[in-house]
Design a binder for this molecule. Structure first.
Ligand SMILES: NC(=O)c1ccc[n+]([C@@H]2O[C@H](COP(=O)([O-])OP(=O)(O)OC[C@H]3O[C@@H](n4cnc5c(N)ncnc54)[C@H](O)[C@@H]3O)[C@@H](O)[C@H]2O)c1
Length: 361
């Protein structure tokens, strides 16, 4: 069996312990995977489960997932939401809580989030709060969900005032990454997820960075597994983002500012990629990172068809960055690029942040 066909399991030991299974044909086996995971942990479920997907993922995969869950003895209820970020809202959250109650879910009932990061965050928040918390399984179908949002226990919805403003931590019982699903993921979302993959390489993994001289598809098994392992290490060191987990925000201070300036028309992974390039250039200008490393980072980002800068000016970006959740009084914790695979978390003053943005553009 080629290395790319091998099934990989990454164990996460946080406030809850669980496996992330990375492999092929897994959506059709999700019932058995859930049953085995629950048996291995000595947990018992009440048998009812809410399978939440969206109207792109549902028609492709919900029938297979529900059939597999039913074959494993679950009473699976198929619920589909409109696709897109707008679904991560209070109204849909309320609708899903109602659907959980109508289905007769109890505290030992299961929510299965089948989809990308939007469904993972929304269904995850339902699981975190329904009856003060029930069980959650993440079945990630987008690259971004596989490498980032399905692992680590952050769940959230957006408010009209801003993104991810209401949320909770809930570690899932199991994460399933079915690589076959990436074949139906639209190219724009594949490249968006690649932005986060490149971020992991710059953040701490020169070997992963070197792999990315080739496209992600063709080596998606080892790439997804490596990114999950990196996220696992960070989450295990700092589940609640008191320190080390902030490293995952590389490129995000400027990236979020770009998203905000664009009225969220520039996708997250694209904005983060531009944020990483801007940080790399700024750090090279300040002598914190070798010029050649910054140039390699910028070339890598461009090579994956991702943006390396933005049309927004330093003033606009700075004003937008001040809304960042990572702001602490008159400072901001930013992730500096020290080289390919090397970063440093540093609290900078707001005037310094303004300078960094200007130097990186
Ligand atoms: N919880 C976390 O730690 C965390 C981390 C990063 C991002 N996020 C959140 O993730 C969200 C973005 O996630 P996303 O990029 O996966 O967006 P998404 O969930 O909207 O999925 C992207 C698009 O691809 C479609 N899709 C997904 N899988 C598919 C497949 N296999 N085949 C065909 N179509 C498919 C979806 O229907 C959607 O249209 C944001 O809301 C962001 O805030 C959360």
């Amino acid at each position: 069996m080629s290395d790319e066909r091998r099934e990989r399991r990454i164990r996460v030991r946080a406030s809850g312990s669980y496996d992330v299974v990375v492999g092929r044909g897994l959506i059709g086996r999700v019932g058995e995977l859930v049953r085995d995971a629950e048996a291995a942990e000595g947990r018992s479920l009440d048998g009812t489960c809410l399978v939440v997907s969206d109207d792109n993922v549902g028609p492709l995969y919900a029938d297979a997932a529900c059939a597999s869950l039913r074959a494993a003895g679950f009473d699976a209820h198929d619920v589909r939401m409109p696709a897109g970020e707008a679904t991560k809202c209070l109204a849909r959250y309320g609708e899903l809580l109602g659907a959980a109650a109508d289905a007769g879910l109890t505290r030992s009932g299961l929510v299965v989030a089948l989809g990308g990061g939007v469904i993972g965050d929304l269904a995850g928040f339902v699981a975190a709060t329904y009856m003060r918390g029930c069980r959650l399984v993440q079945v990630a179908t987008s690259l971004l969900a596989m490498v980032d949002s399905s692992v680590g226990g952050k769940t959230a919805i957006d408010l009209p005032q801003g993104k991810n403003l209401a949320g909770a931590f809930l570690q899932p019982d199991l994460v399933v990454c079915d690589l076959d699903a990436l074949r139906t993921l639209p190219a724009s979302f594949l490249s968006d997820g690649t932005g986060e993959v490149v971020k992991y390489g710059i953040m701490c993994d020169p070997e992963l960075f070197a792999w990315l001289d080739a496209p992600v598809m063709g080596q998606e098994g080892r790439v997804v597994a490596r990114c999950v392992a990196i996220k696992r290490d960070v989450v295990e060191a700092d589940e609640r983002e008191a320190g080390e987990r902030k490293r995952l925000n590389l490129g995000h201070t400027v990236g979020h500012a770009i998203e905000r300036c664009s009225g969220y028309t520039i996708p997250h992974g694209h904005a983060v990629a531009a944020g990483c390039a801007i940080m790399a250039r700024a750090c090279a200008a300040r002598g914190l990172c070798a010029g050649e490393d910054a140039a390699r980072i910028v070339r890598m980002i461009a090579g994956h068809g991702l943006p390396t800068t933005t049309t927004y000016g330093a003033d606009e970006l700075y004003a937008a960055a001040l809304h960042d959740k990572k702001r602490v009084g008159d400072g901001m914790d930013v992730v500096l690029v020290r080289g390919v695979g090397a970063t440093e978390i540093r609290r900078v003053s707001l005037p310094e942040l303004r300078e960094i943005i200007e130097e990186g553009l």
